[in-house]
Design a protein around this ligand. Sequence first.
Ligand SMILES: [Mg+2]
Length: 274
Amino acid sequence: MNPPCKAECTITCFFTCIGKTKTKKKDCEADKPYHNINRNFSLSVKEINRTRELNLRSLIKRKKLHLLLDLDNTLIHAIRVNRLSSTDRDYLRYIQREIVDGGVVNPAYIYPMLDYSYALKMRPGVKEFLMELSPLFDISIYTLAGRSYAKVVAEILDPYKCTFRDIITNENCTTPGYKGLDVVLYPERVTVIVDDLREVWKKHPDNLIQIRPYEFFDYLSLGLGVEELVKHESTDMDTELLRVLIHLKKLHAQFYKEKTLGHSHRDIRKFIIR
Ligand SMILES: [Mg+2]
């Protein structure tokens, strides 16, 4: 088993940092007010631009790009447990016991969470997706769900806290119901978004790779139980993450292809296939 590690805390993990009460100032430059994001925090426009420039330089130096990932129906499908049959709820309790007792990775990739009020299913290939993209992208979560929910999902997807730089949630959005790059501390021209909903990204369609929504538990409407769904893998042959993974790797290669031209004016939006 890999030893636990923690993603470096810099200004790039602003939203995660402001949620911590014991963050040391020297460890987290983001401990500054940030206008537009939160009533209690504001950064000047000059400071925002300076931070984006610093993050851009850091990305180029590390030969990486910036990736924003949605959670629900993109990386996972979650359902309220009270929508499941009693047989399915028993099955989830069995899985929970296995996880607690054995401390092992759940082979079904189904997890009860938030005090057993939700059941979460990881999208096929999500672990590999994150593992393969981590060396190429600074990865953050951007969801319209609440912070407490997003943090629990992030811990399931990234138990050693090695992958996600930041978690942006609905509490951080400046327009209710919409996502915007105005609260993101990376330049737009190096940022790629993966989300199942195009309509929430009205201002940034050129940065978006839309993914087909993942709806594992909807198969329950066919009369199958959760356990049966897990056993019959044929019902879960979703390969969307693999498709997007290939696309993202290609984008990264295209952006960094010709070193002689420099990267100062290159724009990832030109390479995204829609
Ligand atoms: Mg979604």
